[in-house]
Design a protein around this ligand. Structure first.
Ligand code: NAP
Length: 247
C-alpha cells in the first residue's frame, strides 16, 4: 500500500495477537517496527525474525500503556533513534469480564486505564511530534462491544465507547495538521483474548455472526495497514467495523 514503506510505526500490545499481526503486516509493507508490551523482552526473538524476513528496522520497548511517563519515553526514544514517529497503533488491551453486580471497582478502573487512558496517553505523547511533522497516522483499537454493549463487559464496553469518542475529538484537533486519527471496531477475532471465552459462550457468539466464524488477526491487520497508508488520506475520525456482519 502507498506511503507505508520507510515509515516508523509503534504498535502497542504487539507481543502477540492482533498487535503482532499488525506489526507483521506493516513490516511487510516496508515500515520500521517498534514492538511493545507491558512485559516485552527487549531482546525478543521477534526482532531478528521480523527484521530478517522483511528487511526493516525492528526494536522492542517495554512500556505499560497505563503510565503516561512510560508511553512518552517510548515515543521520544523512537523519535531520537529513528527521527520520526509516523504511525501509532494504540492496540494494547486486556479483559476483566463480570456482571456489574459482581464487578469490582478495581476491575472497572484497570480496564478504563489500559484501554481508554492507554489510548489517551499514546495520542497525547505523539501529538506534538506529529503536529510539528505535519503528518502522521494514529489508529486506535475500539471494539463492536463499544458500540453495542455486552452483558458482562460494562467496563470494556465503556472504555471502547470512550475510545471512539476520543478518536473523533483527536481527529478534529489534528486534521488541520495533516494527521489522520481513526479507530477500528473488530467483532470477534481468533486470539488469546477470545480463546479464554468458555466453549458454550463461543457457540452463542458464532451463531450471532452472519459469517459464522471469527476473523483471523490478518483480516484486522489489513484494515489497519489501509488506514496507515496514503490510500486512506481522506478518512478521519472514523470507526471502521470489522465484524463479519454481526453489528
Ligand atoms: P491479546 O492477544 O491478549 O494481546 C494483548 C496485547 O496487549 C499483548 O501484547 C499484551 O502484552 C498487551 N498488553 C496488555 N496490557 C498491557 C499494558 N498495560 N501495556 C502494554 N501492553 C499491554 O489480545 P488481542 O485479542 O490481540 O487484543 C488486542 C486489542 O484488540 C485489544 O485492545 C482488544 O480489546 C482489541 N479487540 C480484540 C478483539 C478480539 O476478538 N480478540 C475484538 C475487538 C477488539 P503483555 O500481556 O505481554 O503486556
Amino acid at each position: 500500500m502507498k506511503g507505508i514503506a520507510g515509515k516508523n510505526a509503534i504498535i502497542t500490545g504487539s507481543s502477540r495477537g492482533i498487535g503482532l499481526a499488525v506489526a507483521e503486516r506493516l513490516a511487510a509493507e516496508g515500515a520500521n517496527i517498534v514492538l511493545n508490551s507491558n512485559v516485552m523482552e527487549v531482546d525478543t526473538p521477534l526482532i531478528v525474525e521480523l527484521s530478517e524476513k522483511y528487511g526493516v528496522k525492528v526494536q522492542a520497548i517495554q512500556a505499560d500503556v497505563t503510565s503516561y511517563e512510560a508511553v512518552e519515553k517510548m515515543i521520544n526514544k523512537v523519535k531520537e533513534d529513528w527521527g520520526s514517529v509516523d504511525i501509532l497503533v494504540n492496540n494494547a488491551g486486556i479483559t476483566k469480564d463480570n456482571l456489574i453486580l459482581r464487578m469490582s471497582p478495581e476491575d472497572f478502573d484497570i480496564i478504563v486505564d489500559i484501554h481508554l487512558k492507554g489510548v489517551f496517553n499514546g495520542v497525547k505523547a505523539v501529538y506534538p511530534l506529529m503536529m510539528k511533522q505535519r503528518s502522521g497516522k494514529i489508529i486506535n483499537m475500539a471494539s463492536v462491544i463499544g458500540i453495542m454493549g455486552n452483558a458482562g463487559q460494562a467496563n470494556y464496553a465503556a472504555a471502547k465507547a470512550g475510545i471512539i469518542a476520543l478518536t473523533k475529538s483527536a481527529a478534529k484537533e489534528l486534521a488541520g495538521r495533516g494527521v489522520n486519527v481513526n479507530a477500528i471496531a473488530p467483532g470477534f477475532i481468533q486470539t488469546a483474548m477470545t480463546d479464554a471465552i468458555p466453549e458454550n459462550e463461543k457457540a452463542k457468539i458464532l451463531a450471532s455472526i452472519p459469517m459464522k466464524r471469527m476473523a483471523q488477526t490478518s483480516e484486522v491487520a489489513s484494515v489497519i495497514a489501509f488506514l496507515a497508508s496514503d490510500e486512506a488520506s481522506y478518512i478521519n475520525g472514523q470507526t471502521i467495523v470489522i465484524d463479519g456482519g454481526m453489528l
